[in-house]
Design a protein around this ligand. Sequence first.
Ligand SMILES: C[S@@+](CC[C@H](N)C(=O)[O-])C[C@H]1O[C@@H](n2cnc3c(N)ncnc32)[C@H](O)[C@@H]1O
Length: 541
Amino acid sequence: MEQLYIDRMNSAGQGIGRAADGRTVFVEGALPGETAVIAVRQEKKSYIQARVERVVEANPERREPSCRWYRSCGGCQLQHAEYTLQCQIKAMLAADALRRIGGFEIDGEIPCVPSRNEWRYRNKASFPVRARGRAGDVGFFKRGSHEIVPVDRCPVICDRANKLYAVVKNMINYGRFCCYDEKSNSGWLRHVVIRSARDGEELLLILVAAARPEGGALESLERLYDHLKERFPELRGLVVNVNPDEGNVIIGAESVLVKGEDRLTERLGNFRLDYDGTSFFQANPGQAEQLFAYAASLAEGQNLLELYCGVGALTAFLSRKAKTIRAVEVWASAVALARENGESNRIEGLTVLQGAAENVVAPADLEGIDCVVVDPPRAGCDKSLIETIAASRVPRVLYISCNPATLARDAALLRDAGYVLDMDSLKVFDMFPQTCHVETVCLLSKLHEAKHHVSVTLDMDEIDITSAESKATYEEIKEYVAEHNEGMKVSSLYIAQVKRKCGLELVENFNLPKSEDAKHPQCPKEKEDAIVEALKAFQMI
Ligand SMILES: C[S@@+](CC[C@H](N)C(=O)[O-])C[C@H]1O[C@@H](n2cnc3c(N)ncnc32)[C@H](O)[C@@H]1O
């Protein structure tokens, strides 16, 4: 046991400190700014896993967690921090990832927009089920394991959803279902998913099962729906989602509607948006409204390409300023709903395409696009998609991310292709109070868009850039840079690199192929800035 100062946190909600021998220590239950006596759980060559034994000096914003399941349940990680501190931690996590993974310079704090509701904000909960003898357990997984913590309620979902959960839990505990056993891959019921809309005015019950219900089983599920509907008039439907595959993915490809409707309707801003049991819908609708309004304010331009559009919720907000939107989504029922939502909300100029963004988007699709909007899952965008965007002339990329690590990775790739991260646009939205999840929004713009079609002839001694209206030689740029930057020297190679970043075409013998870039020294940032200023002065950009 030793005493340790915690200076930051990681995305798993662990405090991070440094041991006397220099190893990083991950401490369960610690908050930044605290000193704690820790108990070591596991020692590795380069790091140590530990937990807080006793807090010696607490962060002033440490609090007692209010959920009695908090210590064992893996659902929340930050209940022991006041809400203001939670928001600071999330901003810090985003900044850390952008610095560490993306190599971005982040001065100061990224603003974090707090959720309107700290509790009961979630419209979806997935409860894993496990066989226990002839009956079963249901709850949430214990932190870092597949052991069930049999929670009786969850404080981040709405009251009606909690009541429905309690009834279904009772049935599971008393052996009403044949429950799944992970070890032997046998049994039927694997997960109970409850979705709600408008704070529980509508509910949808989804039973994720290992097999399709047939005959008598289907009839008994119909009776179950009737029984539940009597107690919960807000229940809109009972759906069985079939997932026979072993592994951690919850939702399977096939859904069977037992009775009622596989549909909920949420109101966001002035829009009515339908979604079903298996399509993605933002888990915190109040916060989604704030996020979407902000994103739409950044997505300038008439013609947008929106990738990973889900059921078209963000699409609706984007449509108020845009003339055309081409949206792409991989999940079939979400695609159908995005089209329906487009029609019911009278969105004109919308086309929704089904497929994986990385397969659907070809370079030609980016011609004439003013802004590409991406909102990928936690894994971020496929590298080939980022490469297609990076090679295009699209002036802006609006990135909405639920994982700062993959945002940092993708934004760095775009930066290397000449996109600049607009620091003023960078914002964190707290979609998931009590947890470490971070939602980040930022805009990336092509460094400078070429105003004219420009052709360039260049050899090592002379650069001759001509456009419809301007002409500048290498010597002129060199002189301009030196004059305005205390004699700074720039090579033709650097000028060529910067011009390419600016979208100016090199057509002659100094057209360095992309693959060659790695072999040459990259233009240092201060020289790049100076060259950009010179190109501006000569009205090339
Ligand atoms: C984070 S959600 C965003 C949805 C939407 N922007 C919203 O806020 O409602 C990501 C969406 O991307 C979809 N998706 C996942 N992988 C995809 C891919 N490779 N190509 C296109 N869509 C994908 C998922 O089905 C999901 O609907």
